[in-house]
Design a protein around this ligand. Structure first.
Ligand SMILES: Cc1ncc(COP(=O)(O)O)c(C=O)c1O
Length: 365
């Protein structure tokens, strides 16, 4: 609240002020990202990526089908054809083994999503991209403070996008951030961010007037949003410690059910870290998943499914041919358990006890 009232006292409510710069600098210093720009959402940051990559009609972009609509929509807005890729067997993330088959002379970029904050196999993906001269965008919406072989997620692809929506570890209500790792995009990213003008360069004293120089939009958040985010970033370590402890409690308490093969728990590959973004379980069938959600609801527990396959969406199904079976399986079987900073140990125990009750009646059927 102090930071928000400072923005009012300082009469600096519009974007790119003190708090915006503090937040951007925080990410650049802590994670070594080359250049960060706060945006009003991850969706906006992804749209900026599509503009920066000069995506044009007929360009193809390879995207996992198991993701949020914005991952694909940002590129479709520029006229791209989205080529959907399946998830891997071990994890909902994109399967690197399937990417190369989808590459054509029209392919321009691969967009990866670090689902639940768990890294995709980035060495393999970057090797494929380098071999075929493609750009890589990391949709790191859920991946703040998570790593791949010691490298922070969002710092590996040419560009990356984070979300600070209220459902994320670090939140400003709505909010996001573009990360520009490839220097060639740095200057243009500021122009696109500032409605297609060189206003940011003007404020840095690099030009004496600012003008319309490119396409762009209004992607900056206000200082009020940045001030809120700054307070969250100051608490990052506590937030992350608490979220990881919630994750570990669920994992320990639910392990016996996995050992009895009643459900599956999330897997974190050796190359990835867990950032405590979410905890999900995998049911055996869609019917079982629906009855579990219903059973939990009857016990005042809000557990939810997740993405619907984009290749089957009303908007894209007629533009996509072929099956994407693992994506369908994840979409049908995932249940996300309640996961928020204030969640108490006693509440986790209550939730797990109701899950156990459900599976004990199921297994005795
Ligand atoms: C993988 C992924 N990408 C993008 C987004 C969009 O984020 P935002 O709401 O900040 O635009 C989400 C939202 O949850 C997401 O899960």
């Amino acid at each position: 609240m102090v930071y928000i009232s400072n923005t009012v006292k300082n009469k600096k409510l519009s974007g790119n002020g003190q708090y915006t710069q503090l937040c951007q600098q925080f990410f650049e210093d802590k994670y070594g990202f080359n250049k960060c720009l706060l945006t009003t959402s991850c969706t906006d940051a992804l749209e900026m990526c599509a503009i920066l990559l000069d995506i044009k009609p007929e360009d193809e972009v390879i995207i996992p089908s198991f993701t949020f609509v914005s991952t694909a929509n940002a590129f479709v807005l520029r006229g791209a054809n989205v080529v959907f890729c399946d998830s891997s067997e071990q994890h909902p993330n994109i399967d690197p083994d399937l990417i190369e088959k989808l590459i054509t002379p029209n392919t321009k970029a691969i967009v990866v999503v670090h689902y639940a904050g768990v890294a995709c196999d980035m060495d393999r993906i970057m090797n494929i991209a380098n071999k075929h001269n493609l750009f890589v965008v990391e949709d790191a919406a859920q991946a703040v403070d998570s790593y791949y072989k010691g490298k922070p997620l969002g710092g590996i692809g040419h560009l990356a996008a984070f979300s600070f929506h209220e459902t994320k570890n670090i939140s400003s209500g709505e909010g996001g951030m573009l990360v520009v790792n490839d220097h060639q995009f740095a200057e243009r990213s500021e122009i696109i961010w500032e409605k297609g003008t060189n206003r940011a360069a003007f404020f840095k004293g690099e030009v004496d007037k600012y003008n319309w120089v490119d396409i762009g939009s209004s992607y900056l958040p206000s200082e009020i949003t940045a001030a809120f985010l700054w307070a969250q970033l100051e608490g990052l370590e506590d937030i992350q410690a608490k979220r990881k402890s919630i994750y570990n409690s669920y994992l320990q308490l639910l392990k016996p059910l996995e050992e009895k093969r009643l459900l599956k728990l999330p897997r974190i590959p050796n190359y990835a870290t867990n950032n405590g973004h979410m905890f999900y379980i995998l049911c055996k069938t869609n019917e079982q998943r629906e009855s579990l959600i219903c059973h939990l609801k009857q016990n005042d527990i809000l557990a939810v499914f997740h993405y619907l396959p984009l290749h089957k969406s009303p908007f894209y199904s007629d533009k996509h041919l072929g099956a994407i079976p693992r994506c369908d399986d994840y979409a049908d079987h995932i249940v996300r358990l309640p996961f928020y900073f204030d969640l108490l140990d006693s509440e986790i125990e209550y939730i797990v006890s109701k899950i156990k009750l459900f599976f004990s009646t199921e297994s005795s059927l």
